[in-house]
Structure formats: C-alpha cells, structure tokens
Design a protein around this ligand. Structure first.
Ligand code: A5P
Length: 231
C-alpha cells in the first residue's frame, strides 16, 4: 500500500466503528469507501453485526453482496441511521464536492436520507476553498447536454462532457445519464451555486453537498483526525 491507500484505509476503518447493530447504513462509492464496505462485511461475517445497507451505486451494491452485507432500499427504509461516503474535496465548513466517480445523484439521495453523514478522505482532499483545482460534476439527461452546457457558461463555468477513458463516447451513469464536469474556479457561494445549477432544465443533480456532513475522518500520512461539524 502507498501511504495514500494506507491513509484512506485508516480513515475508513475508524469511521466504520461508528456502525452498530440494527442500523440502516448508507454505503458510499469510490476507492475509499471500498475499505469501509470490506470492513462492514468482515464485521457481519465475523462479529455477527446486524445491519442493512443502502448502496449508492451498482458497483457498491455488487461489493456489498460479495461481502454478505444484507441490502435494502429507500422504499423499505427511507430514513437511514448513518451513511459513510467519500468525497473529492472538503472545505473547512465540511461542505463537499463529490461525483468524480460518477455516482453523485444516488449518493446525494442516500447521503441526505441519513441522520448522520460521515465522510472519509485522505488529506489531499482538504481545501480552504471549494472549486480550487476541482471540477464540479453535474449529471444531465443526455438530450439536454448542449443547452445545459450553454446555461452553465452563463453561470460562469467551463463545462466539458465526461468521456470514457477508452475514447468510445460519453461516460454513462448508473441512471443512464451523462456527466458534465464544470470548472468554476474558486466558488464564492457554494450553496447558491448548488441551487442555481439544479434549476437548469435537464440537470438531474450536481456534486456540491452543502451543509449535510456531520463529521469527516481524514487519513494523514500518519494517523487519522476526526473533524466534527461546528454548531
Ligand atoms: C463517487 O461518485 C464520488 O462521489 C466519490 O465519493 C468520490 O469521488 C470519492 O472517491 P475516492 O474515494 O475514490 O476518491
């Protein structure tokens, strides 16, 4: 493990200790939450931990099934006790940019259905200001990509449709939509921008997660620090 993988894993393991019997748990998506899902699976198998998970992507659902974690849905359980998820950027107010893995819409639905949203990151994700060197992913209905891109330019952003790495066309989300990655530079008012983007017809959801995080576990080169929401 490089120190980064080690830092992600330590943050994930510490956060996973918060999960207790009989909870409904939102399961995030990404390379950091992978360690969390594996650890929950280990506890289910070895410690008889009784939980049910709500996955935020097909990828996480598959990983949870392999791990023997019982799954449920928001139809059956619309209120979650806790959700543990990754992030691409975190500011000092615990506001987030998410969605570099493309799972932002299901993540926002599941994460905001949880009483407590716990974020797990390595220290590279911390930033004084949101948008610094970081695009905001926006999920859009495919037919709307050109008009949405124009309206995003009017909001001051520089949009580009996310492409598959193999060059075979646009990246497609679990919801059969496209992602527009938008460079806004440093964002002055993240809460206002989150709302402005979501008002554009054709936008399904965007990767700004404002005022929804309870705590962030940050994995450093050595050790883990828990940052709690200040009230
Ligand atoms: C998935 O769409 C994202 O929101 C992830 O939560 C985010 O990209 C963090 O992923 P990593 O843990 O792989 O950096």
């Amino acid at each position: 493990l490089s120190w980064i993988e080690d830092a992600k894993k330590r943050a994930a393991l510490d956060a996973t200790k918060l999960v207790v019997n009989d909870q409904i748990v939102g399961l995030g998506t990404g390379s950091t939450t992978k360690y969390m899902v594996d650890e929950l699976g280990r506890r289910v198998r070895e410690e008889n931990l009784r939980i049910r998970g709500v996955p935020t992507s097909i990828q996480t659902a598959d990983q949870a099934k392999i791990n023997g974690i019982p799954l449920t849905t928001l139809d059956e359980c619309p209120r979650l006790d806790i959700a543990i998820d990754g992030a691409d950027q975190v500011d000092p107010n615990l506001n987030l940019i998410k969605g570099l893995g493309g799972a932002l819409t299901r993540e926002k639905i599941v994460d905001t259905a949880a009483k407590d949203l716990i974020i797990i990151i390595d220290e590279r994700k911390l930033s004084e200001r949101l948008g610094w060197n970081q695009v905001i992913p926006v999920e859009v209905i495919p037919m709307s990509r050109v008009p949405v891109s124009e309206k995003i330019r009017e909001l001051g952003g520089n949009p580009s449709i996310r492409q598959l790495k193999n060059g075979r066309g646009p990246f497609v989300t679990d919801n059969s939509n496209y992602i527009i990655d938008v460079d806004f530079g440093v964002i002055a008012d993240p809460s206002q921008l989150e709302q402005d983007i979501n008002m554009i017809p054709g936008v399904v959801e965007n990767g700004l997660f404002i005022d929804v995080t309870e705590a962030v576990f940050v994995g450093y080169r050595e050790g883990v620090k828990k940052i709690q929401k200040s009230v």
